[in-house]
Structures are given as C-alpha cells and as structure tokens.
Design a protein around this ligand. Structure first.
Ligand code: CTP
Length: 398
C-alpha cells in the first residue's frame, strides 16, 4: 500500500504517455497522492484534463508559471514528495537530467530536488541503444536514479527491441520497492508460470498452449506489494516481471528441481501449466522416419510439484495457491483437485477454446478454498493478479 505517500509524476512526451493515466489510477487506488507534471511534449499525447481528472488535482505544465509565487511552491512540493517518477521518460529528458539542465518545469523540478527519482524510459529501440543514451543511463544510475524498464517488445514505430515503457503495474512495483514498502514486504513468494516443454528427441518436444501471461501478471502484482518473488518459468514469449529472481526451465522435472531449491518460502502460487507426462526415454538422436512405421512413445508421469510442496511435512509454506484449468464441471473438478493436492486455494477457470482464456488477455475465475467458492467477474489477467495478490497479503497478515 502507498497510503499517505506523495508521488510527483512527470509525464514526458512519448506514445506511452497514455499508460501513465493508468499508472495514476493504480497509485491512487493504493492510497498515494499524485501531483502530475506534464511536459510540453507530454501534452501532445495526453490532455491536461484527463490527467487532472484521474489525479484529482491540477496539472502543472508551464515553466513560466515558475515566476509565480504559487509555482515556486511546487519546487517545494517536489522536495516534499516521497518520490519523483518520470514516466514515460524520453531520451531527451534523460539527456537533460544527465547534464543537469533546467529549461522547463519538469527538468527544473528534477534538478531542484534531493528526493529520490525513478524513471521509466520509453523510446525507439535505436534511441535506447545509442551510445549517447547509454552514457546518460550510466551517469544517471551513478547519480542514484532508479530505473524500471524499458521492456523489450513490438514498438509503436513498428520496430522490435528494448524501448517500450514498463507496464503500470511494474512501475507501481518499482515505486513500492523504491519506497521500501508494501504489505508483502519481507515475504518470500514462489510463482511458477508458463508451460513446460517435454523433450522427445533433440529437435522435438511436447508442449501446451499456456502463454505465461497470468503467472507473469501474478509475479508483477506480488512484487508490487513488496514481496520477494522467486519466478520459475517455462519457455514463454512474455518478458518476466522486473526486479524479481527469474529461474528459466524447460521441463517439469527441471521446474520441480528449481522449486525445491527455492524452498523455504512463505507462499507459493503454482500458475504453471505443467505437462502431466514426459516421454519416458528421450532419444539422444533425432528419430527418423522408418518406411511408414510409426514411432511409439512411452510416457512417464511427471512429478506433481504443487502436491509435493502442499504435502511437505516440514517447512510447508503458509499459503499455497494452485490453478485448475478445466474444460468441464469446473467447480466440482477444482474442489476435488484442491483436496487431492492439499493446497489452500485453487484458482479455477474454464479453458474451453470458446472462452478464449488460454493465450488471451482475460480470465474468468472461481477462487476455491476450504471455506467455499468465490466467483470473480470476467476481468483482465492483470486485475485477477492484483486481486489475488491483495487477498494473499490479507491472508499472510493474519
Ligand atoms: N501442477 C504441478 N505439477 C504438475 C501438474 C500440475 O505443480 N506435474 C500444478 C499446476 O501448476 C496447477 C495445478 O497443479 O497449479 C493443477 O494442474 P492440472 O494440470 O490442472 O492438474 P492435474 O493434476 O493434471 O489434474 P487433472 O489431470 O485432473 O486435470
């Protein structure tokens, strides 16, 4: 929680400026006060009206207002803020900060304060990779400026690579950790995520359709509440959460070893779609066609990682959350699964193809515990993650 924290948010001129509107909403939901400052370029991407409506306060944007008594007060305000956040932070703003220039309100505030600063860079990949920008990053880091992102991915300009602004939840997590706060502070939480790949031979494997989106969102949300997250992930395309310990694995057996090595932890969320079976004997060379004769694959059952951790006699984590991806009788199957595996909660969802959940952005879940079931409305995977993380924080606080 960011109750009674005061964030001075500088919105620079980048296409990602629209995400800072969501950031303001998320910060206020957590109890923070947000004072927004819009650079001239930032005002080309989002309007002062939408920023002030979400922040619930006036937006500051004009350097020349600095001559006013009231605006001098905002320099004071930048000093009394708990944190200055620049999101999106353009290459130009970074260059100004690195050089100590003060030719508009945002750069003046950044120079005139001794409050900690967090930046969320957002720019074209070539601009980010440019030696000048990289020099500025080094200078700013040496000056104690904290960074979140940029993430790698498709960019609005059509290119691919590092340069995308971190997602609002990742920025919230970075703000929490910059302020050393959050209800899960001091809690070590394991998250498994993504599919597993079970090798057949050196070139083939058995996989499933899990994208890792839900597990990643949970890792981000838990870190956002201050948890120390150990994130064990199978092969996925989505970038792992920022600022967490990431352990990449391929197969279920490797995932089990990584989870065992991560013990002890206070809580575990087992969001990975672990393959139930592996090929009993992986061929060390590529299996060749044999005159129309089909290869026969023998299967062996994979270790059930969730059940093993849930049934630990010594050092069982205080709270264990499993997932149940079902296509029929969701609640009945998931309730039985919770008992069988021995976990505390099960997040159950219907992954029939017509729901569009597997690989999609939304989820429609029922949370099942020993006390019964709680039907959540269909919502974004990020929202599911936030709600689950908050519920876990409540349970772990008891
Ligand atoms: N899980 C695990 N290790 C496995 C299989 C599953 O940790 N080898 C975890 C998943 O991460 C998930 C939960 O168990 O949290 C449910 O997985 P699911 O595949 O639905 O359960 P199964 O045991 O395969 O049950 P069923 O075959 O009846 O669907």
């Amino acid at each position: 929680m960011l109750t009674s924290k005061h964030i001075l948010l500088i919105i620079g001129g980048g296409i990602a400026a629209y995400k800072s509107l969501d950031l303001i909403r998320k910060l206020r939901e957590r109890g923070a006060t947000v004072t927004p400052v819009l650079t001239r370029a930032g005002g080309e991407f989002v309007t002062p009206l939408s920023v002030s409506a979400l922040a619930g306060t006036e937006v500051h944007s004009d350097l020349f207002d600095l001559t006013k008594e009231a605006e001098m007060g905002h320099i004071q305000l930048s000093r009394s803020a708990d944190l200055l956040v620049v999101a999106p932070c353009t290459a130009d703003l970074m260059a100004k900060m690195a050089q100590g220039r003060a030719d508009d309100l945002a750069s003046t505030l950044l120079l005139a304060t001794d409050t900690p600063v967090l930046v969320a860079p957002s720019m074209n990949v070539r601009m980010w990779d440019h030696p000048a920008t990289q020099r500025n990053v080094t200078v700013l880091k040496a000056d104690g400026v904290a960074f979140v992102g940029p993430n790698e991915g498709d960019m609005a300009c059509g290119e691919y690579g590092p340069g995308r602004m971190a997602e609002p939840l990742e920025i919230v997590a970075a703000i929490d950790s910059a302020l050393g706060d959050g209800p899960l502070k001091g809690k070590r939480i394991l998250v498994t995520s993504g599919p597993t790949h079970e090798p057949i031979d050196p070139v083939r494997y058995i996989a499933n359709r899990s994208s890792g989106a839900q597990g990643t969102a949970i890792g981000v949300a838990l870190a956002g509440l201050g948890a120390e997250v150990v994130f064990v992930t199978g092969p996925v395309d989505v970038a792992p959460p920022e600022g967490v310990e990431v352990i990449k694995v391929q197969s279920a057996v490797q995932m089990q070893a990584a989870v065992e090595a991560a013990l002890p932890f206070d809580a575990g969320v087992f969001a990975a779609a672990v393959a139930d079976w592996r090929v009993a004997t992986e061929s060390s060379s590529k299996i060749k066609k044999k005159n129309g004769k089909m290869p026969v694959l023998e299967f062996a059952e994979n270790p059930d990682i969730l059940a093993q951790v849930s049934q630990l006699k010594d050092g069982r984590p205080a709270l264990i959350v499993g997932f149940a991806a079902e296509t029929d009788d969701v609640i009945a199957n998931a309730t039985a699964k919770r008992r069988r595996k021995g976990c505390d909660w099960i997040v159950a969802n219907d992954v029939s193809p017509e729901t569009g959940i597997m690989g999609g952005n939304e989820n429609d879940v029922v949370l099942i515990s020993a006390d019964g079931s709680e039907d959540w409305p269909r919502m974004g995977k990020n929202e599911v993650a936030e709600r689950l993380a908050l519920k876990m924080a409540e349970a772990l606080a008891d």
